[in-house]
Design a protein around this ligand. Structure first.
Ligand SMILES: Nc1ncnc2c1ncn2[C@@H]1O[C@H](COP(=O)(O)OP(=O)(O)OP(=O)(O)O)[C@@H](O)[C@H]1O
Ligand SMILES: Cc1ncc(CO)c(N)n1
Length: 274
């Protein structure tokens, strides 16, 4: 049984992702969210990214064999209760992670299909989208695309309203994802509206007040990590997703208390949320 569901032992959460020296996105954001939500964070690094609040200057990819070495070394020793998968950079790394999901029978897998940073810089090779769609999407219990990512995975136009989000979410379920959280942060709506879809159920609309800040670096990373951290402590995915979205909204509300960099600054994971 997962340690987090047995008692108050902190669940062990794994992030498989790239780095952000400015601390707002990637592995750094993931560890902050895990800790703030009472989890114990572990990591497997897929790429070293020279980036900050203003953009990405260089990406140093980790060879797929070394991603496998990190995964096997960790998972032969440590039983993890949930996994967040973020930036993967290349087809080879995607395949390595897919193999590990099967070999180690990973459960509670949240896939954030990271493709492009907020600055517009690519974090996934264009020719790796196919592998993400065929190798990892079907192995994910929950996939959390933003609107450009959903469109890329489906080879279609970006959704412009809730109806189009619903249709694209259903198409991603058809591709084999266990559940889909379509993130509507990019829609020009008054509220930040997401849609949670599961097979055979009515989509759930999740609304949050749109926080008026330019400091939105790491929102996607924070949300997917918060979901992974909360899942072992919640009865189901809807409860984990709702509470993770509330956590993210609070982290956005605290973003302007930070002064990190000159660009789009990070959200703030303060530690007294509950
Ligand atoms: N200003 C805001 N106020 C409140 N919630 C927001 C705001 N902007 C985005 N969100 C929420 O943040 C989450 C991430 O959404 P978004 O669509 O921006 O993801 P993303 O583009 O993957 O983020 P990232 O650029 O970090 O990868 C969603 O739940 C979205 O509704
Ligand atoms: C490493 C990393 N993962 C994800 C994002 C998404 O914005 C980012 N900027 N950097």
């Amino acid at each position: 049984m997962a340690s987090g569901s047995r008692d108050r032992t902190p669940p062990i959460i794994l992030s498989i992702a790239g780095t952000d020296p400015s601390g707002g996105a990637g592995i750094q954001a993931d560890l902050k969210a895990f800790s703030a939500l009472g989890g114990f964070g572990t990591t497997v690094i897929t790429a070293l990214v020279a980036q900050t609040t203003t953009g990405v200057s260089e990406v140093h990819e980790v060879p797929a064999e070394f991603v496998t070495a990190q995964l096997d070394t960790l998972l032969d020793d440590v039983r993890v209760d949930a996994v967040k998968i973020g930036m993967l950079a290349t087809t080879e790394v995607i395949e390595a992670v897919a193999r590990a999901v099967d070999a180690h029978r990973l459960a509670n897998v949240v896939l954030d299909p990271v493709m492009v940073a907020k600055s517009g810089d690519r974090l996934l090779a264009a020719d790796a989208v196919e592998a993400l769609r065929t190798e990892l999407l079907p192995r994910a219990d929950l996939v959390t695309p933003n609107l450009p990512e959903a469109a890329d995975l489906l080879g279609t136009e970006e959704a412009a309203d809730l109806d189009a989000m619903r249709a694209q979410g259903a198409a991603l379920l058809e591709l084999g994802a266990g559940r889909v959280l379509m993130k509507g942060g990019h829609l020009p709506t008054r509220e930040a509206t997401d849609l949670l879809l599961a097979p055979g159920a009515e989509p759930e609309v999740l609304r949050a007040p749109r926080v008026d800040t330019k400091n939105t670096h790491g929102t996607g990373c924070t949300l997917s990590s918060a979901i992974a951290a909360l899942r072992p402590r919640r009865p189901g995915w809807p409860e984990a997703v709702r509470d993770a979205k509330s956590y993210l909204t609070e982290a956005l509300r605290h973003a302007d208390s930070l002064h990190v960099g000159e660009g789009k600054g990070p959200v703030h994971h303060f530690h007294a949320w509950w």
